[in-house]
Design a protein around this ligand. Sequence first.
Ligand code: UD1
Length: 430
Amino acid sequence: MDKIRIRGGQRLEGQIPISGAKNAALPLLAACLLTDETLVLRNLPHLADIATMTHLLAQHGAELSMAGEHPGGGHMGHVLKLCAAHIASTEAPYDIVRKMRASVLVLGPLLARCGQARVSLPGGCAIGTRPVDMHIRGLETLGAEIELDDGYIVANAPDGLQGGVVVFPTVSVGATENMLMAATLAKGEVVLENAAREPEVADLANCLNQMGARIEGIGSDTLRIQGVARLSGTDYSVLPDRIEAATYAIAAAITGGDVELLGAQSETMEAVIAALEQAKVTVERTDCGIRVRADGATALEGIDVTTAPYPGFPTDLQAQMMTLMTVANGAAMITETIFENRFQHVPELMRMGADITVKGATAMVRGDHDGLHGAPVMATDLRASVSLVLAGLAARGETTINRVYHLDRGYERLEEKLSGCGADIARLVE
Ligand code: UD1
């Protein structure tokens, strides 16, 4: 299995191009199932999770073709044409769904278009139990009959989905996206209350509207959808990845560097930028994105951070922020409110010399700016893995990160982007 080796202590300086957002691309890909026309998606990142979703879509009968690269952009801006003129199967098998929880996003589109779907339950995952009860309840509110059979969600709506009001008990990105896609083809009006406001949800809604859907309230917590009889194809560009951008912002900060993040959209990153500024990192909006500078770890301040649904501080950046706090001055309290088991990076960071105490959903980090040292480490999820890369960049000596496949799920060309700014990082292929 591949490993990543980092020799820490290099200051990052230069520019990093930000890829299309994985979490926007996944539901946008699933949206191809809603129409018999061609959906062209641009700025797709090259990632293992995207490959898993396209594999699933092909299995449902979608025809896919790559349509070249972004002019002059090298690896950026991958274009994919998807056409689900005929749905060959409405079943999403366990073997694919178990690899990636977001596979459940085909449930809403298949049910809306075909009146039936059989989708494997995603099961548990490293960062918590993560049920799909809100996806199921929401579809039932629109008239679907749903049973659980042998680990599969079996959904039927032979006369199509109806209008209705769905009030989500808690904010869920995936449930909002699944319901949004299902609602576009319902008969009547669907109202989604307490909907997720994440930019990725808005990106999906904007693309659906371009396909002929009638969605109002985009960006707010109440989405109103007037169902239409059919959707058409369109050509849509995926928004830049705010989580990737913020991860590299933290890489710049933790190495006392100066990096411009090309294409980063600061308006989708307000909570993170505010937190970085509070920690004494300089963040500037530029014509091409954002520029992030820090005067070295000695200048960083410990701050308290609590994760929350958008526009709050994202859970997907909690591990990276905690790593930054391990080298800042003073104490920092990091509280995780979205997932119950998302501190798996803590013991690994402690092996690198971090001083962290966990009590329930809160981690107390006592920063020490010459604290971290290299070590062989391993993590069990995507964001935890990248937090160890950040720790490795700041640490004295050599860090080896095992289970690189987690990183390949969510960070496109990570080693290349970091080494382009001076990091001493390499992939060891075994
Ligand atoms: C998405 C993101 C993930 C991010 C998360 C929270 C994608 C592909 N993934 O995941 O990177 O960390 O949002 O911002 O976009 N829940 C239920 N019942 C449900 C659905 C969710 O109880 O039916 C709970 C979950 O267990 C979790 C919370 O709701 O505690 C939020 O999860 P959700 O927003 O649904 O996360 P995902 O959409 O899976």
